[in-house]
Design a protein around this ligand. Structure first.
Ligand SMILES: O=C(O)CCC(=O)C(=O)O
Ligand SMILES: [Fe+2]
Length: 229
């Protein structure tokens, strides 16, 4: 996990919006009106960066550098395989591809703060790998009122995802949580953003290896010890 420099971000936030940032208006509108959206970030991030991130997670996979993910924190932390089965590696922003991704995430953080006054202070991100049969049962990313994780962003890295490959992110209506309101295939370059405390979601069982980057924009400044989600 990396703490992003606030001074640098605040400096960036003083400049005027360029038309290049109008896409963030759409992100902010959807987040505030329905709590979530999916969008294609491939042209914003570039195919080269997506390919580098894919290579990086492939290497992590092959060198067994991904660790089994858990849920909860502190004494409530567990690696319960009936809840989630993915493996993860936290990103530290040190490789060139992570640096490039982190500057895009920083642009989103500053852009959302400016539009929605969310007071997002920093972000954390990890690679995730789901193998065939792996899933993540329905959950929220943050406990209500904790105001730690406020906005979740998941970026997918899988080329040629087909309907039979499973592994969709299923999103539930924040007003009536039994109603499915979206199902997103984890195709490379696609991203989903949602309000971490409000929008229940689940990863349906994947039928092939499924790689992604999960990121959370947080309101707290001081990192909680990394004992889980
Ligand atoms: O990979 C996804 O689509 C979502 C993952 C997720 O919900 C999480 O890591 O909290
Ligand atoms: Fe989640």
């Amino acid at each position: 996990m990396t703490i992003v420099s606030l001074a640098k971000a605040d400096l960036a936030a003083t400049g005027p919006d360029t038309s290049d940032q109008q896409w963030l208006d759409h992100v902010a509108d959807d987040l505030s009106e329905r709590g979530w959206l999916s969008l294609d970030l491939s042209s914003r991030l570039g195919e080269e960066l997506l390919a580098s991130l894919r290579r990086e997670v492939d290497i992590l996979e092959k060198t067994a550098a991904l660790e089994r993910a858990g849920v909860g924190r502190g004494t409530g932390f567990t690696r319960d395989r009936s809840v989630r089965r993915d493996r993860i590696a936290w990103m530290n922003g040190e490789t060139p591809e992570q640096q490039q991704l982190f500057s895009a995430l920083e642009e989103i953080r500053v852009g959302l703060n400016r539009r929605l006054y969310l007071g997002l202070q920093r972000f954390e991100a990890h690679y995730a790998s789901y193998q065939p049969g792996d899933f993540y049962r329905r959950h929220l990313d943050s406990f209500r009122g904790r105001a730690s994780r406020v906005v979740s962003l998941v970026l997918y890295l899988n080329e040629g995802w087909r309907p039979g490959d499973g592994g969709e992110l299923q999103v539930f209506n924040r007003e009536s949580p039994d109603e499915v309101c979206g199902r997103v295939a984890p195709e490379s370059g696609r991203a989903v953003l949602f309000l971490s405390e409000e929008v229940p979601h689940e990863v349906l069982p994947a039928q092939r290896t499924r790689h992604s980057i999960a990121c959370w924009f947080r309101q707290d400044v001081v990192p909680v010890p990394l004992t889980g989600v």
